[in-house]
Design a protein around this ligand. Structure first.
Ligand code: CUA
Length: 343
């Protein structure tokens, strides 16, 4: 795909399964725009000359209007606009619906840096290492204001919003180093909120991973937090439930709520339930959970979510330090070494 794009100026490199699809849509939009701009300009010039006033007292013939013509110039643009909508919507849903087997990476934006953590525990700042040819899912949130995670070479771009999780995915197709940018004005050093994405051959990536196993996995750190914050006293040490609802196997489960509604538990729901427990009460449980607003950082919330996710498979038997079940990466058990503080 590279050949026909490299000679067009201003088009960034193409390095994901998604990028040529975005480019194709972009060229279609440009093509349609160019075609009609030329058509209208040419017609305009032609009419100006052809129907110019030839004598000072000339009065044009009155025009009564034409339903046929009006229908035509309404229906044709409508159909063209719908192709743009349909095509764009399809691409949008493809990119914003991560596949189930994707490798998960947590992203926290803050003024003015990107903090990333792999499911196996490795932390990175303003750098992201990923293997080529593997689906990568980003679970992103912000500690302060709205940022925007943008990798032009992947055509991957999504707002990173405080108070919620944004998920997006990509699959890199070419090893190399690519720009990572913040694409939402977020204060004084917004323009400096940049980084690099390193796409590596799978074996090289595995080497990199094992050479950087300095941190507890988010799930293991979350397990520890779960104890220290006292969550276990109501939800059980392994999320098996008690005074509070069962957490094992919660993710993706349809959960009945007080008042007859139900919700499919996702990362955002877990996050909300930690910060604002009264927002959605699970049916059959009293609203006794205190809020943890202000007591946990975004990093810690990510860890708690990762821990609860790790309970999804077998529930009570999930070992501490295990990567979430969805991760095909080998879990590096690097407990004992102190967690690097990146705040
Ligand atoms: Cu962060 Cu702009």
């Amino acid at each position: 795909m590279q050949s026909w794009q490299s000679w067009i100026p201003l088009i960034p490199e193409s390095a994901s399964t998604f990028s040529w699809k975005v480019d194709a849509l972009y060229f279609y939009l440009s093509g349609v725009t160019l075609f009609f701009s030329l058509l209208i300009s040419a017609t305009l010039i032609f009419f100006v000359i052809r129907y110019r006033r030839r004598t000072p007292y000339e009065i044009p013939r009155p025009i009564a209007g034409s339903h046929k013509l009006e229908t035509l110039w309404t229906v044709i643009p409508f159909l063209i606009a719908m192709t743009m909508f349909g095509w764009g919507a399809r691409l949008y849903f493809e990119q914003y619906k991560p596949p189930a087997n994707a490798v998960e990476i947590y992203v926290v934006g803050k003024q003015w840096m990107w903090k990333l953590q792999h499911a196996t525990g490795q932390r990175e700042i303003n750098e992201l290492h990923v293997p080529v040819g593997r689906k990568i899912k980003l679970i992103m949130t912000s500690e302060d204001v709205i940022h925007d995670f943008f990798v032009p070479a992947f055509r991957t771009k999504a707002d990173v919003v405080p108070g919620r999780y944004t998920t997006i995915w990509f699959e890199a197709t070419k090893p190399g180093k690519y720009h990572l940018l913040c694409a939402e004005y977020c204060g004084m050093n917004h323009s400096g909120m940049t980084g690099s994405v390193y796409v590596m051959e799978p074996r090289e990536f595995d080497n990199w991973l094992s050479g950087n196993a300095g941190n507890a996995s988010p799930a293991a750190a979350g397990r520890e937090l779960f104890q220290t914050l006292g969550c276990a006293s109501c939800h059980g040490a392994n999320g098996e439930g008690g005074r509070g609802p069962t957490l094992a196997g919660l993710l993706g489960r349809q959960t009945p709520l007080e008042g007859g509604q139900s919700i499919k538990a996702d990362e955002a729901y877990i996050r909300e339930s930690i910060l604002n427990p009264q927002a959605k009460i699970v049916a059959g449980f009293p609203p006794i959970m205190p809020t943890f607003q202000g007591q946990v950082t975004e990093d810690q919330l990510v860890q708690l979510v990762a821990f609860i996710k790790s309970l999804s498979g077998g529930g009570a038997t999930a070992p501490a330090g295990a990567a979430p079940a969805s991760s095909p990466l080998p879990s590096s058990r690097a407990s004992g070494s102190p967690t690097e503080n990146v705040h």
